[in-house]
Design a protein around this ligand. Structure first.
Ligand SMILES: Cc1ncc(COP(=O)(O)O)c(C=O)c1O
Length: 417
């Protein structure tokens, strides 16, 4: 017996994953980007149009953000040097948190290394308390949308609740959530509803207004009320008239809002915004905040600069471009006979193909035409709803989009939906 046996198990597991064709380790390595206003990825000697990035406004290549990144790493160094409560709480972190709170009109904010790390700790602490001495008990029913992101699922998982305290409501179906709230109101002291704001596979917005209204009604039915937690990683910085996310689209507020700087804001790191009591509690309890470094000061500087752009003409222009580009792309694709799995105004646009082989073949053909998109198939989407996920950026030019549409037209699979 030796560890060789274990390595053999690992190899078998890798083979199993390869066999079911879900391997993720064969990554495309991007060598760099061109300096164009609509940057192209360089892979080997070729230039590629990236239509599968979460950088919805093109901000990661923005010179103002790069300048801010340099400025703050000059001032504070390239890393935070310690976790926040030791000596890693730099003024740029606090300035960023204050700016975030203002941006989302909440009392306060906390910045984490990623929004995955944010979800893990925030959900854990709100569900179960940080440890056995905590006064926060787990007398709670947790209600989660069926297609929530993996970081939400894991955040619930680490709280280690008994199975009957974890409920799943049908995707985008607030009435199903209502049934669960009704069924559990005499059983648990409180309820916690958690959902993505924007679902990243199809670009759907959660029906937050309906959810909020139902929760408001049920708040009095539970001794310690009902809390709404929304992870709007794909919404913040892009959805809504001024980029405030799904809260702005649906005109209601989450009690706890989680976001990321790693998508529309063009930087990196995660955050939570909420009222002062929740943030003070989380600063005392969230393990991935207390025991793990925050983002580097340069990244925090870039994130702060990014937020500042949103109320300036440049931010408004980027949001306007994004919306116009999405409308333009959808119109051109419909003109050549394609349809979409969902009718959304989000830059995530799922082109319906309906067959997993056709979808993966099409992605390969588009790659040969120097265009990068992503195919999505079962089990991520239902069988027969295979799609090509296109992500449109505000800095894509009309010419870029025309080339993409032309490539779809030239390579259109026979009988695609
Ligand atoms: C809904 C949602 N939450 C969290 C994350 C994780 O984001 P981060 O890269 O900041 O950890 C993602 C990333 O895809 C996401 O889609």
């Amino acid at each position: 017996m030796s560890q060789k046996n274990f390595f053999s198990v690992l190899k078998q597991e890798i083979n199993r994953i390869d066999k079911v064709k879900t391997s993720k380790r064969f990554e495309k390595i991007i060598d760099g980007f061109t300096k164009e206003s609509s940057p192209k990825a360089i892979i080997g000697k070729e230039k590629y149009q990236v239509f599968n990035s979460n950088d919805y406004l093109g901000l990661r290549h923005n010179l103002l953000l790069k300048k801010a990144e340099h400025q703050f790493s000059e001032k504070f160094g390239t890393g935070p040097g310690a976790v926040r409560f030791i000596s890693g709480s730099l003024k740029i972190h606090r300035d960023l948190e204050k700016s975030l709170a203002k941006f989302h009109k909440k009392d306060d904010a906390m910045v984490f290394s990623s929004s995955f790390a944010t979800n893990l700790a925030v959900l854990y602490c709100l569900i179960a308390g940080q440890n056995k001495n905590s006064l926060v008990d787990n007398n709670v029913i947790v209600i989660s949308d069926a297609l929530n992101h993996r970081s939400i699922i894991d955040g619930i998982r680490v709280a280690n609740l008994p199975k009957d305290q974890r409920a799943i409501f049908k995707h985008l179906d607030p009435s199903d959530m209502e049934v669960i709230l009704e069924r559990n109101k005499k059983i648990y002291k409180r309820a916690l509803v958690v959902t993505d704001g924007v679902f990243s596979m199809l670009g759907e917005y959660q029906k937050l207004k309906q959810i909020r209204n139902i929760i408001n009604r049920f708040d009095k039915e539970y001794e310690n009320g009902v809390l709404l937690v929304v992870d709007d990683a794909h919404g913040v910085g892009i959805a809504g008239k001024t980029g405030r996310g799904v809260e702005e689209i649906e005109e209601v507020e989450a009690d706890v809002l989680i976001g990321t700087f790693g998508k529309a804001f063009g930087a990196d790191g995660g955050y939570v915004v909420a009222n002062q009591t929740i943030i003070d509690y989380l600063r005392e309890s969230a393990a991935t905040y207390i025991y793990s470094n925050s983002i580097p000061p340069g990244t925090a500087g870039a994130a702060l600069k990014s937020i500042e752009l949103f109320d300036k003409p440049i931010g408004k222009k980027l949001l306007k471009n994004s919306k116009e580009n999405v409308i333009y792309f959808k119109k051109q694709m419909k003109n050549i006979g394609f349809s979409f799995a969902v009718d959304s105004s989000h830059p995530i646009q799922p082109v319906l193909i309906g067959d997993p082989i056709k979808a993966s073949d099409l992605v390969k053909k588009l790659f040969k035409k120097n265009i990068i998109v992503t195919n999505i198939s079962f089990p991520v989407v239902p069988k027969g709803r295979d799609e090509i996920r296109v992500q449109i950026s505000a800095v894509h030019t009309k010419k870029d989009i025309d080339q993409l549409v032309k490539a779809f037209e030239d390579e259109k699979p026979i009988n695609s939906l």
